[in-house]
Write a protein that binds this ligand. Structure first.
Ligand code: ADP
Ligand code: ADP
Length: 233
């Protein structure tokens, strides 16, 4: 469970505090798929960066599974990051490394896994995302959908309980989007992962999200089950 308790975020720009997120309280339940929609500049990325502690709140508290993570130190942060995976619009793969090495990368960075553990986990993840025979290829040799599947495998490497998706299907064609969404839905169902998903695509929200928050001007202006928020006149 992710809780934002009166979280507020301002960025310091040229000595001035620019508000990006006004005081916001919300709860994302364990195992749900939670969508965040809104125009550019609405505060969606800020909200997500507050969940994985890429940004610290100016005020308020962020709690994950009941634990206040707001003031974690560097060591606590390293451990916490393993609990939160992230995937991106442009995949952010390392082009000079193979698919298998890209997936292994967060495990190596963590420094707590043996070579054997990494090898086994990479093989398991390649199978999970249907890329078993592609481990020795380079990202440039893959299609967009395959690249995002590598991104998903990498995000899952350290067995996170939360997966953050920032416009993860925005660079993909509709058919590829469907297959990536199916994979995310399977992961949500089978691994019980909580998924928080930023998107500007209403179709994505309708297909996969349980609940959605609509953001505007640094505020959550509407929040609820997708059917309540989008299907009334
Ligand atoms: P969205 O993801 O919905 O496009 P953001 O969270 O990126 O919105 O941005 C919200 C507001 O905060 C915008 O006005 C944006 O310009 C500002 N902002 C975002 N990141 C920074 C930053 N690192 N420094 C200063 N201002 C920022
Ligand atoms: P390093 O150069 O750091 O020793 P390697 O290049 O040998 O690492 O491999 C990186 C990790 O990915 C290793 O754990 C390796 O076992 C694993 N790996 C490499 N290729 C594959 C593959 N095709 N399938 C599964 N795991 C792989």
């Amino acid at each position: 469970m992710i809780e934002l308790d009166q979280v507020q975020k301002s960025y310091q720009v040229g000595g001035r505090a620019i508000p990006a997120l006004h005081s916001t309280s919300l709860t994302i339940e364990t195992g749900e798929v939670f969508g965040i929609v809104g125009h550019s500049g609405a505060g969606k990325s800020t909200l997500v960066r507050l969940i994985n502690l890429l940004e610290r709140p100016t005020n308020g508290r962020v709690l994950v599974d009941g634990e206040n993570v707001t003031h974690y130190d560097a060591a606590e942060l390293r451990a916490f990051r393993r609990r939160v995976g992230m995937i991106f619009q442009h995949f952010n793969l390392l082009s000079s490394r193979t698919v298998a090495d890209n997936i292994a990368f967060p495990m190596k960075l963590a420094g707590i896994y043996s070579k054997q553990q990494i090898r086994e986990r990479v093989a398991e993840l390649l199978a999970l995302v249907s890329l078993t025979d592609q481990g020795n290829k380079y990202p440039s040799q893959l299609s967009g959908g395959q690249k995002q599947r590598v991104g998903i495998a990498r995000a899952l490497a350290c067995r996170p309980t939360i997966l953050l998706c920032d416009e993860a299907t925005s660079a993909l064609d509709p058919q590829t989007t469907q297959s990536v969404l199916r994979l995310l839905a399977d992961i949500n169902r089978e691994l019980g992962l909580t998924i928080v998903l930023i998107t500007h695509e209403m179709d994505v929200v309708r297909r996969i999200c349980d609940r959605v928050a609509v953001m505007d001007g640094g505020r959550v202006v509407e929040m609820g089950p997708v059917t309540d928020v989008f299907l009334h006149p």
